[in-house]
Design a protein around this ligand. Structure first.
Ligand SMILES: NC(=O)c1ccc[n+]([C@@H]2O[C@H](COP(=O)([O-])OP(=O)(O)OC[C@H]3O[C@@H](n4cnc5c(N)ncnc54)[C@H](O)[C@@H]3O)[C@@H](O)[C@H]2O)c1
Length: 328
């Protein structure tokens, strides 16, 4: 039996594919390369370039490879873009996601691990955020993920699709073979490292007047390898007959933007200039996970929770790949 990894040429999907293969799983990647990198997928892994919404292609892949589960990373994931171009997010993440679910269920694939997000919670009404926190997304990206969660719950009732919706907080870090390459890059840690390398002049800090200890936004960073491990555990859980569930993935500890930059200065021993600008619309002041359910239900134990090792692993990858995968 094999696992269909959608979006396996992207950042988290490529790291998870490597980890699953190291555990002896057979993986098949489906990615349209709209935002991913072919070089991020090992040449030995069967790779299909196409849309997750292409029902015939998905059915053929399921049939040819005896797929028994899908790990669904493929999506667009820029909050700002989703506000300016909501149709892109509803067409790509929701419409294509529904077609993927239809092709999987009609092919007899009844297990799904889904990349959801803390953006489904919206502005927090309490911190830390557990899974029972109200879900009221502040942007179309968050809504697009919440709609798929909702649809999967109905498909569970009607078609016995069992799923784990993993609600990630901020993924960061790298493994030696795979790292973060988004174009354009909007995530803080890779931008900070680009500034340390001198490939951008400074890091922009959006708002220093939040109600946080130093006035900058606080986020919960999680190492991408710990995130990948949680997907493997979620598959084990579903194969053991686990019921559908939504599970937060974070470390339960928040770091401010300025703390991240200071930690990166120590790790890289480079100067990192900052420029403070106004707040971005829709940025909550704090996003910190209560990840107890992941520990209890999946027996998940993050191995690299400290910020220095998260940034250190990303720095090693960035030094080896200053252009990301572009030069691979
Ligand atoms: N990076 C984070 O911190 C974070 C946080 C929360 C949730 N997520 C979610 O995790 C998932 C992976 O995030 P990432 O940072 O690795 O993103 P990414 O952009 O690096 O990877 C997404 C991949 O999906 C592919 N893709 C997009 N739409 C597709 C389609 N219709 N058909 C086929 N392939 C398609 C892209 O080409 C890309 O390779 C996304 O669903 C994202 O919403 C990420």
């Amino acid at each position: 039996m094999a696992i269909l990894v959608t979006g396996g040429a992207g950042y988290i999907g490529s790291v998870t594919t490597e980890l699953l293969r190291a555990r002896g799983e057979v993986c098949v990647v489906l990615d349209n390369l709209s935002r991913g990198q072919r070089a991020a997928v090992d040449p030995e892994v069967p790779f299909y370039q196409g849309n997750v919404g292409d029902r015939e292609l998905v059915k053929r892949v399921c049939n040819e490879h005896s797929i028994d589960a899908c790990v669904h990373f493929a999506a667009f994931a820029y909050v700002g873009e989703s506000v300016a171009r909501p149709e892109l997010y509803y067409e790509n993440n929701v419409e294509q996601g529904i077609r993927l679910l239809g092709a999987l269920t009609s092919s007899g694939v009844k297990r799904m691990v889904f990349s959801s997000t803390c953006a489904t919670y919206g502005e927090p009404v309490r911190i830390p955020i557990d899974e029972s926190h109200p879900q009221s997304p502040a942007n179309p990206y968050g809504w697009s993920k919440l709609f798929i969660e909702r649809i999967m719950a109905d498909y569970d009732r009607a078609f016995e699709l069992k799923f784990v919706a993993l609600r990630y907080f901020n993924a960061a870090g790298a493994i030696p073979e795979r790292g973060e390459h988004h174009d354009p890059e909007t995530h803080l840690i890779p931008l900070v490292l680009k500034a340390a390398q001198g490939s951008i002049p400074h890091v922009t800090v959006f708002g220093d007047d939040y109600e946080t200890p130093d006035g900058t936004c606080v986020r919960d960073y999680i190492h991408v390898a710990d995130l990948a491990e949680a997907h493997a555990l979620a598959l084990d859980y579903l194969r053991a007959g686990g019921s559908s569930s939504a599970i937060n993935l974070g470390n339960g500890h928040g770091y401010s933007v300025l703390e991240v930059i200071e930690a990166a200065r120590k790790v890289t021993r480079q100067e990192i200039k900052i420029k403070v600008e106004g707040r971005r619309a829709g940025d909550p002041s704090h996003l910190i996970a209560d990840a107890n359910r992941a520990r209890q239900v999946l027996s998940w134990q993050p191995q690299r929770p400290d910020l220095a090792s998260i940034i250190g692993s990303a720095w090693e990858w960035h030094k080896e790949h200053p252009q990301g995968y572009a030069a691979s």
